[in-house]
Structure formats: C-alpha cells, structure tokens
Write a protein of this length. Structure first.
Lengths: 155, 341
C-alpha cells in the first residue's frame, strides 16, 4: 500500500511539474531586440560563405544568408535575406567598439542551422561604414540588412 | 645651404659612415643634401609631453620643431592646403588611441596656419570627417554616412553632396578638383577607388588589401599601400602606385619585415614619403614609425634582404632611402613657411 502511495505521489509530482512547465510564460524577449532597429525577425542561419576572419587589426561585416521564419516588426519582402554581422568572430555581447557602438546580442558564435532573433536596419550602407565581406556580390542583388542586435532563439 | 643645414648634413653623413655603409651611405647623404632646402614636412609624433603633437622639419630631418605642443590634446592627420598657406588636422582628447582606420572620424577638425599658428576648431566632435582640401583651399570634402559632402569653409555649409557609393574611409580630393579617391566596398572590401567629383561615377583602382590612397600632384596617379596575395603567412604591406583609371599598377617600395604606409609625394612628384613599421597599420596606435624619403626615379625599389619580395620583383632596384624620425601621416609642401627665421 505504501509502495502504491509513493508511486501515486511521484506521479502527481511529475504531473504537477509537467503542467507547471507548460503553463510557464515563454522566456522574456530581450527588449534590445524588440526596440532597436526598424525591422525585427526570427530567422534561421542558412549559409556562411567564406571564413570568418579574426583579425584584431581590421574590422569588417560578413554577409550571411538567412531563412526568415517570422517577421515581428517592419517589412521584409522575401523569405531569404542577407544580413551583415559586424566582426562575427566576436561574441555579440562584446562586439561593440569605437566604430560600431550600438550593437550587441547574446549570440556567442555563428553556426549554420542556428535560429536568431534579430533587430536590423536596411540597407547596410545607411547604418555602417566599414569593410564588408559579401560573397554574394554579383550573384544576389537584394539589399543587405545590417544586424543591430542578435539573440539566440528557439529552433 | 645654411650653416645649420650643413652641420645636419655632415651629422647624417657621419652617422652613416660610422655604420660602415659605404657607397650606399654616400648616395643617402646626397639625397639628404638634395632635399634639404625643398620646403617642409609636417607630421604627427609623440612630443616630450607624451601626447601626439604636430611637427615641422626640413625634408632632410633638420630644423625639427613642435608646432602644437599641447599636453592636453593629441593631434594628427595634418595636411597642408595646396598653396601651403593653411594646415588642417584633427585634434583628439588627451589619451585617445588614434585608430589607423578611424582617425578621420575621430576628434575635431582644426585649421591653422602652416606653422600651427592661430588654430581654429571647425565644428564639434567627430564633425567634418575625413576632411580634405579643395584645390583653392576654400572648401573641404568630407566623407559621412550620408555621402560625400562639399563644405564651404567660410559658411560651414554643405554646398554639394554625392552618394559615397561604398567608400568608407580615407577620402582625398585630387589637386585638380576633378576626382576623389578612397577605400571602398566594391567587388570586395579594401578596394582603392576613384570617383568623378562631378558625376559620382566610380572606378576600381586596386582591389584586395589596399588602402590609405593619396594623389600624385598630376591628379592622374594614385599612391597607396597594398598587401598583395601570395605572400607567406600574413605578408607585408608595400607602397604601390596606379593610374587613376586602374591601369599600370606597380610597386614603388617594399621591404619584407616592414609594413609601408603614409605614402605621399613631394609637390613636384620627384620624391616620395612613407613610413616603415614592423607592425601592420602604420603605428598610429603607438608612436608611429620612421619616416623615409626616396626619389621616385629610384622606384621600384626594395630594401633589406627581402628574399621573397625580390623573387616577385626581380627587376627592382636597391632602395636608396633617407630615414628620418618616427612619425605618422607626413605631408610635404614646397611653400616657405618661415619657421626658424
């Protein structure tokens, strides 16, 4: 009888924990990503062409290909967009510097397949003055977005 | 030659002779004598107070003097106006690390007499970025996020604006006013480009790891540092030139083990100034690098052992260079400034 009670109790505890998990509010979204820039999307990183250079002497933005999963703010016309990330070898939390001060996020490393929630501007030239590695040059004529804030998001 | 300059020439010769460099030394001493009376070089260097100040010197290194001497500020990026009667430069807050790529965006624009007298701040912090002289010295061209702006210096108003078309740093107006050069994202980043100052039409001058361009006095050629592909490892930055249309690119000076920056011509185009720095970037973050003078007729030239570089440029001559003091971003005028009189 005692064994049955224990099992019943554990089951109730498990059920309670399970229900609690389901009813827990979703993780709060970083206000930086919901307020910065004029465009906000959740998108999957589809491709990084070329190597990400880690050279402390020179700053640059690297254009990466994303599949848009959801548009939260602003207007995005296409499912596939091209986004320039500043000094992408650096974690977003410490990437801001003298050249680009208003930038950040919690992404530590860019990996194909990861999903990011990003605050962005477009076109990149209106918001960033510096070197750009764009391996899609001459192949894709779409405007390049400028990543202002880049957070991890659920896949 | 003034007695002071003669003493300086003798001193240069004595130092070189002491180093046992023989015929090479004679040619360097001759070069020093040749350029000694040809105007003035302005450059930035660390002053006795530890901050970056502006200095003038004769092109042989004599008659050197600090013309700003401001312990509470850093100064750099000095450029004589085309007629040599004015000097523009940037003044930074004390302790500012002068970025070799960003310095044109940093600090305040200043305009003074060619000897640094009567400095006047133009605008506020970070305004008038990458200011460079118009041919008549009455306007400046600036490179901003919005575009290339032509500013009238008397009224401080923008009188004309062009799209910057990917140019992101180091904008310079040609002596004839017809062109701009700069560093841009064209097909790839770190591309030296030329822009028609009237139409905004852009052409590529040199692609791949090229930057810090400046004009030859003829407004038809551009001088720029470039770190070509195909070198072992990181490689070294050499000094190059090209026609503004991108034709005829060729090396001026190279030396394995050193990065060559600060390329600038004498007003008649006969001599070239540059800095040679063991570290990439030109040394603005530290204390600069030795300023060197070379005859353009000596180009293409290679210094030191430079075995790898000599294989790429087997016809290059042995460099005859006059090495002066440490500095950054030198600029040459033939105007007689009157300093030291």
């Amino acid at each position: 009888m005692k064994a049955v009670s224990t099992v019943l109790l554990l089951s109730l505890v498990w059920l309670g924990a399970s229900c609690a998990k389901k009813t827990q509010p979703a993780a709060a979204v970083d206000p930086n990503v919901t307020t910065r820039g004029s465009i906000e999307v959740t998108a999957r990183l589809e491709e990084i062409r070329g190597d990400l250079i880690d050279d402390p002497m020179y700053d640059y933005a690297h254009v990466m290909k994303y599949k848009v999963l959801q548009v939260h703010r602003g207007k995005v016309d296409k499912d596939v967009i091209y986004v320039g990330h500043y000094n992408p070898a650096e974690p977003r939390g410490s990437v801001a510097d003298a050249r680009v001060q208003e930038i950040g996020g919690n992404v530590k490393q860019f990996r194909v397949g990861d999903v990011h929630r990003m605050a962005m501007e477009v076109p990149i030239d209106d918001h960033y003055m510096g070197g750009v590695i764009n391996k899609y040059f001459g192949e894709v004529n779409d405007p390049v977005y400028w990543a202002v804030w880049t957070d991890r998001a659920e896949k | 030659m003034t007695p002071r300059r003669a003493i300086w020439a003798l001193a240069v010769g004595a130092v070189l002779a002491g180093a046992g460099l023989g015929a090479q030394d004679d040619r360097v001493t001759q070069l020093a004598r040749e350029v000694a009376g040809r105007g003035w070089i302005v450059y930035a260097a660390r002053g006795d107070n530890g901050t970056w100040d502006l200095f003038l010197m004769r092109p042989d290194g004599s008659e050197r003097r600090n013309i700003t001497n401001t312990p509470d500020f850093e100064e750099g990026g000095a450029r004589f106006s085309p007629d040599g009667t004015q000097l523009l430069y940037r003044r930074f807050a004390k302790g500012t690390v002068i970025s070799h790529d960003l310095w044109g965006f940093q600090g305040n624009l200043m305009i003074a007499g060619p000897d640094g007298a009567n400095p006047v701040q133009i605008g506020g912090d970070r305004e008038f970025p990458w200011a460079s002289w118009s041919p008549d010295g009455k306007q400046i061209a600036c490179l901003t996020q919005k575009g290339i702006q032509i500013v009238d210096l008397q009224t401080k108003t923008v009188v004309r604006e062009l799209p910057r078309k990917g140019i992101y740093q180091q904008l310079f107006w040609s002596p004839d006013g017809q062109w701009f050069c700069g560093v841009a994202n064209a097909r790839i980043m770190w591309t030296v480009v030329r822009m028609n100052a009237q139409t905004g039409e852009l052409n590529i001058v040199q692609e791949f790891q090229s930057c810090t361009p400046d004009w030859f006095p003829d407004s038809r050629h551009i001088i720029f540092p470039s770190r070509p592909a195909g070198q072992d490892g990181y490689g070294y930055t050499q000094l190059w030139m090209s026609g503004g249309d991108g034709q005829g690119a060729r090396m001026i000076y190279g030396e394995d083990g050193y990065h060559i920056y600060g390329g600038a011509l004498s007003p008649d185009g006969k001599y070239v100034l540059f800095t040679r720095c063991a570290k990439d970037g030109g040394g603005s973050e530290d204390s600069g690098a030795p300023i060197c003078v070379m005859r353009m007729e000596n180009a293409p030239a290679i210094a030191g052992a430079s075995e790898a570089l000599r294989k790429v440029h087997p016809d290059a001559k042995e460099a005859i260079t006059l090495q002066l003091v440490e500095g950054w971003e030198p600029c040459w005028t033939y105007a007689e400034i009157g300093v030291g009189k």
